[in-house]
Design a protein around this ligand. Structure first.
Ligand code: ATP
Length: 631
């Protein structure tokens, strides 16, 4: 049976019901019921890709963020550019008189506009039709064509269905259920299989029967593997304790882009941390890889950076993608002129009135630092120890200065500013020394790894530890979660102008944090525009702290009335992480639940890029304070 007859409306009913469900268990059960009753015997992938749109790599990207999507919807509806509805869509962040509560949520604003045009009667769009139209939407770069496709979708749906389609396009359904839970409900082996293949279609096809366990699958050349990640620790002593008795290597934490390089003969793929293919590196790097990886098939794990050929060290400026694109353009113009590809030149200018002042000419190139190897010849090597993998790296990769280097203990990377970028640590003093040396050169920090460990796809449970300088010096940035808001006075009367922020209570590492404890009240640091944008994004999730003053079950607070915000954020998964800087008071605050208080906190940055569950946790914070305190 196919998906040709299943109406998208059935999936929408499940989404709507999940929004009402208060527990993850209920949401999971609803998903199971949908699979068993509605989708039984059909190709699960066609529905699951709509439930986990962020993991669907089959149809590429739509090239539609909220602002472009807004103009496409305006065109699709044939609205005059200056009509109130067109302005409402384009200014979705601000909302407006009629749509105050939905401001900052594009799909909800669009649903309001569509409601008046589409009404509640569905055009009967099927899941098959939706997937076909989404394929078309991703395959064209032309905005006019995108608008035509959206207009077809609008004709075949009602406003509610269209709201969910827009959320699917934006790849964020805000269902309040984690990807992990969806996977586990689908099949007990689904997450593992996804981690080694990053292929949702394959997962759905292979694991149709959730009662049949599957043999663990290993990684393959050509299929991106979900990267192993590091867990943050507060200080060297804690890191050392966590790796107690292990044979430890400390490595520089390079500040570039995580890239997995897959080589299959002359075929080279570059995959990012989000398992997207990055063909822009092919022009500058593929030859280097083909010529200097001495086996036919191989997967390297590493960091892509920029190398300054003139200065002979890592470049302080220039983004990886810019350099890769410029290398491609340089290559094309050289081809036209019949020359061999040469490194391109990047000119850095200082503004000086109308005339620009030439500061320096540097030759910049992408460089890959391979810190691990996952596959050699015909075999996955992730189950071997890191020591064994280091020796494979040395055998398989021929380093090329400024282009391709390997990171092995006491191996040389030819940036003269540091003797070693990786070394074995025998005691905590070795870790401290390496940390100090490293942050003097580059401020990212260090990564600690157990030399006896295997490489674990998708793991972030603390097998790799990272130590960053801002956890050592008090007053550095802390990434905290907004859990409530306080109304301002004067111009900001009736509008949230300060936030109550919280720290995560460490859960068991297999799930997202479930509780957040109140930490401090913070308002200053952002410009008016930044503050407005942030408040607009959160506004749909503000819940007034009205009588009876019940605290949402996700938050732990004190009984001190000074702490109580005017609004709570409905649930942590709806919230946003902000970076704050402050002096840390090492005595317990009387007002907030966290074990230490802050003095003069300021917001330094809104971390829209950081998911809610990755905010600072209480335990790391305590370690940070203790280490700054010299304990
Ligand atoms: P942050 O926000 O602190 O930069 P992150 O979100 O990029 O961290 P983490 O899992 O915390 O990701 O840290 C691991 C990342 O550090 C890797 O994805 C990789 O990009 C980078 N990295 C740099 N050097 C190394 C190294 N030697 N070993 C492992 N990862 C490294």
């Amino acid at each position: 049976m196919t998906d040709a007859t299943v109406k998208f409306g059935l999936l929408v009913s499940m989404f709507q019901a999940m929004l009402r469900d208060r527990t993850a268990a209920k949401k999971r059960k609803r998903f199971r019921t949908f699979l068993d009753r509605v989708y039984s015997g059909r190709e699960y992938f066609s529905a699951v890709r709509l439930i986990l749109p962020g993991l669907d790599r089959e149809r590429g990207t739509y090239g539609l963020k909220e602002s472009t999507l807004a103009t496409c919807v305006v065109d699709a509806l044939g609205l005059a550019k200056d009509s109130p509805d067109a302005l409402r869509l384009v200014n979705w962040r601000k909302g407006g008189a009629r749509s105050g509560a939905n401001a900052g949520n594009f799909a909800l604003i669009a649903a309001e506009v569509l409601q008046r045009r589409q009404g509640i009667v569905s055009g009967g769009l099927t899941i098959r039709e939706l997937n076909n139209l989404l394929d078309q939407l991703a395959s064209t770069e032309n905005r006019g064509e995108k608008a035509v496709i959206l207009s077809t979708l609008i004709k075949k749906t009602n406003a509610l269905e269209m709201k969910w389609i827009l959320m699917i396009i934006l790849k964020d359904l805000k269902l309040g259920i984690s990807e992990k839970s969806i996977f586990h409900e689908f099949h007990p082996d689904a997450e593992d299989l996804f981690n080694v293949t990053c292929d949702l279609k394959l997962v759905c096809e292979k694991l149709k029967d959730h009662t049949q366990r599957q043999k663990k699958q290993d990684i393959e050349v050509g299929k991106p593997v979900r990267p192993q990640l590091a867990m943050r620790v507060g200080d060297a002593t804690t890191a050392w304790k966590k790796l107690h008795g292990k044979h430890v290597v400390v490595e520089c934490k390079f500040d570039g882009d995580r890239i997995q390089i897959h080589k299959n003969g002359e075929e080279i793929h570059f995959f990012s941390r989000n398992f997207l293919e990055h063909p822009e590196y092919a022009h500058g790097m593929s030859n280097v890889i083909v010529q200097n990886i001495l086996v036919q098939r191989c997967i390297l794990d590493g960091e892509m950076l920029v190398w300054d050929m003139s200065a002979q060290h890592f470049a302080e400026f220039g983004s990886n993608q810019e350099i890769a694109k410029a290398a491609k353009e340089g290559l094309e113009s050289n081809r036209q002129h019949g020359h061999f590809c040469k490194p391109f030149y990047l000119l850095q200018f200082l503004p000086g009135g109308f005339s620009l002042f030439l500061l320096s000419i540097s030759k910049l190139l992408n460089i890959n630092i391979a810190f691990d190897i996952l596959y050699v010849g015909d075999t996955s090597v992730i189950h071997q120890s890191l020591t064994e993998r280091h020796s494979l790296l040395q055998k398989v990769v021929k380093p090329v200065k400024g282009r391709l280097e390997i990171l092995v203990p006491n191996g040389g990377i030819n940036d003269h500013r540091q003797p070693f970028w990786s070394t074995v640590a025998y005691n905590v003093e070795d870790v401290e020394r390496f940390f100090k040396d490293t942050i003097e050169n580059r401020d990212e920090g260090i990564v600690l790894k157990d030399l006896g460990s295997k490489w674990e796809p998708g793991d972030r449970s603390g097998k790799w530890l990272k130590l960053k300088p801002d956890y050592i010096h008090a007053g550095s940035d802390l990434d905290v979660l907004i859990i409530g808001g306080y109304f301002g006075s004067g111009r900001r009367g009736g509008e949230v102008s300060q936030f109550l922020v919280g720290l995560a209570e460490l859960s068991d590492h297999t799930s997202y944090p479930k509780r957040f404890i109140s930490f401090c009240r913070v308002g200053s640091g952002l410009s008016n525009d930044e503050l407005n944008a942030l408040v607009a994004k959160l506004k749909p999730y503000f819940r007034k702290n009205e009588y009876p003053k019940r605290v949402p079950r996700f938050y732990e607070v004190t009984n001190n009335s000074k702490e109580r915000p005017d609004v709570w954020i409905e649930s942590p998964d709806k919230s946003i992480v902000i970076s704050i800087t402050s002096d840390i008071r090492t005595v317990k605050s009387e007002v907030f639940a966290a074990p230490y208080g802050l003095r003069f906190p300021r917001i330094t940055r809104v971390r829209y890029d950081k998911p809610w569950y990755e905010c600072l946790n209480v335990q790391s914070f305590i370690e940070l304070v203790q280490s700054s305190n010299g304990n």
